[in-house]
Design a protein around this ligand. Structure first.
Ligand code: G4P
Length: 504
């Protein structure tokens, strides 16, 4: 197969949701269809449960799981599907946002009873900003939930995107009969017992088919009315509008009962985009270009604390990646080759000889990579759009073991490269301040410094609530500002000036 065909058959996406909406369950069911796993329960949730905020072993265990499930690839009907996992816990939202830079589309899971929740809104903002095509899966219809029209209104309003239902539930909760697939005019019965296979669907000529009444009894008329309203209220589905991120097709189902998931997967494969062009500071990169380009969107520390190597996750944007071939690490302007690049297929990792745009490869790293780094065949370009966040929580970080100052410095340095948090150095006295977006990150840092670097840190309160990067055009004014606000002036890890503000 040539490069073009390989690119065309790839779908790289993420499933995002507010915690507990059913992301993990849906992922697992998709993997079951893809034959990537064989039993339900094989994919463990990588979310850190709310109850585990101070359980460090739990954090560590979860981290291990999330390496294994960071990328899950499988083949379905000749299509190579790459699912990028995202942490559910909001303290790691930054990680999720970065992952969204590496996907070509997104499936948003919404709980039919809870509707749009805060995390869903935040994630959707990033999708809107990046014009990422979105499919919505309204989950848990096996439970009582909101009226379908109401929840669609809520999605339109809260997520600020036009919607177009492609399936429609008949009943909900205890009264759920099944889901009608609007496009192929099939009705899928809800059996409700078997959680792994969907029943054979009932097919109808059209909505006047008497078989519909036989199948659904008096609910048939209700369905006809609903669908008439759907056709009247919502625009007809146009794939291009979806690809332009102007409209989100919506499916109803129950991930737990594996209901509506197959239809979701099959429609997804048909309409979701193959790898799209990516922007660099210098120019737009087309996936079909012959030369390889890619960027690091995630770095994960090795689970074995004795080895301080890491895995850099590279999203390939153009060309063909080949093992043991020289590539340019643009930031270091250095040639590098990789002997053991890994590909991710479901829960397995294996050494890959070749990979294509849309694929994610894992590169063994001994400290050469930072988030956002670019790999090319020599061209000096830099991918952009990797968000870096303004932290909202700050603490002084101090060395608690004077014998281990070096280890502490190295540990902090590497954890910051991984994007765990941001480090600031106060201009007035050189004290180090860690800035995070979530409380849990402080705990992860403390734990990892101890277990991976043998260093002990201590935090002290620092009552600032926002970091603002400063570019001064007027030198005198800047000096004056620095003098007046000297307690709040710091430099970030790259030496850029930052003003730490007390007001959020
Ligand atoms: P998340 O990754 O988005 O955080 O959600 P996850 O899949 O872990 O699902 C959260 C809870 O919702 C789980 O229950 C899961 O079984 C349940 N769930 C997911 N999809 C459906 C669905 O379609 N219908 C119903 N009724 N429940 C669903 P839990 O009790 O928190 O966890 P577990 O002990 O069952 O694993």
């Amino acid at each position: 197969m040539g490069l073009k065909e390989e690119i065309k058959r790839r779908r790289t996406f993420a499933i995002v949701s507010h915690p507990d909406a059913g992301k993990t369950t849906l992922t697992e069911k998709l993997l079951l269809f893809g034959g990537a796993i064989h039993i339900a329960g094989a994919v463990k949730s990588n979310k850190i449960k709310k109850t585990a905020t101070s359980d460090f072993m739990e954090i560590e265990r979860q981290r291990g799981i999330s390496v294994a499930t960071s990328v899950m690839g499988f083949e379905y009907n000749g299509v190579k599907v790459n699912i990028l996992d995202t942490p559910g816990h909001q303290d790691f939202a930054e990680d999720t946002f970065r992952t969204l830079t590496a996907v070509d589309s997104v499936i948003v899971v919404v709980d039919v009873a809870k509707g749009v929740e805060p995390q869903t809104k935040r994630l959707m903002e990033v999708c809107r900003m990046r014009k990422t095509p979105v499919i919505v899966f309204i989950n848990k219809v096996d439970r009582d939930g909101k009226d379908p029209f109401d929840i669609l209104d809520e999605i339109e309003e809260q997520l600020q995107i036009k919607v177009r239902p492609l399936s429609w539930p008949v009943g909900m909760g205890g009264r759920l009969k099944g889901v009608y697939n609007i496009f192929d005019q099939k009705f899928y019965y809800f059996a409700g017992e078997d959680k792994t296979t969907a029943e054979k669907p009932q097919e109808f000529k059209d909505l006047t088919d008497p078989l519909l009444d036989k199948t659904l009894g008096d609910r048939a008329q209700q369905l006809r009315n609903d669908l008439e309203l759907v056709e009247g209220v919502y625009p007809s589905f146009n794939v291009q509008e979806y690809l332009n991120a102007e409209i989100a097709p919506v499916f109803f189902g129950s991930a737990l009962y594996n209901f509506g998931v197959k239809e979701l997967l099959e429609s997804f494969i048909k309409i979701a985009p193959s790898p799209r062009p990516s922007m660099t500071v210098e120019r737009e990169v087309q996936p079909y270009e012959e030369n390889l380009t890619g960027f690091v969107f995630k770095i994960h520390a090795n689970m074995d604390p004795k080895h301080r190597d890491r895995i850099a996750f590279v999203k390939l944007c153009s060309g063909v990646f080949r093992r043991n071939t020289n590539y340019t690490h643009v930031r270091l302007n250095r040639k590098m080759k990789f002997a053991t690049p890994t590909a991710f297929m479901a829960d397995k990792k294996s050494i890959v000889e070749e990979a294509y745009p849309g694929d994610i490869i894992g590169i063994h790293d001994t400290g050469n990579f930072k988030i956002g780094d670019t790999l090319t065949e020599g061209e000096l370009i830099n991918f952009k759009g990797l968000p870096s966040f303004s932290p909202e929580m700050f603490r002084y970080i101090e060395n608690a073991d004077p014998m281990k100052a070096k280890q502490l410095a190295k540990g902090i340095d590497q954890l910051m490269d991984e994007g765990v948090a941001q480090l600031f150095t106060l201009d007035m006295n050189g004290r180090k301040v860690i800035g995070c977006v979530g409380q849990l990150q402080f705990e992860v840092i403390e734990y990892r410094l101890l277990h991976e670097y043998g260093a002990q840190c201590r935090y002290e309160p620092f009552s600032m609530h926002k970091a603002c990067w400063i570019k001064a055009n007027d030198a005198a004014q800047w000096e004056d500002f620095k003098k007046r606000k000297y307690r709040s002036i710091a430099k970030d890890k790259h030496g850029r000036w930052v003003y730490l503000s007390e007001t959020p």
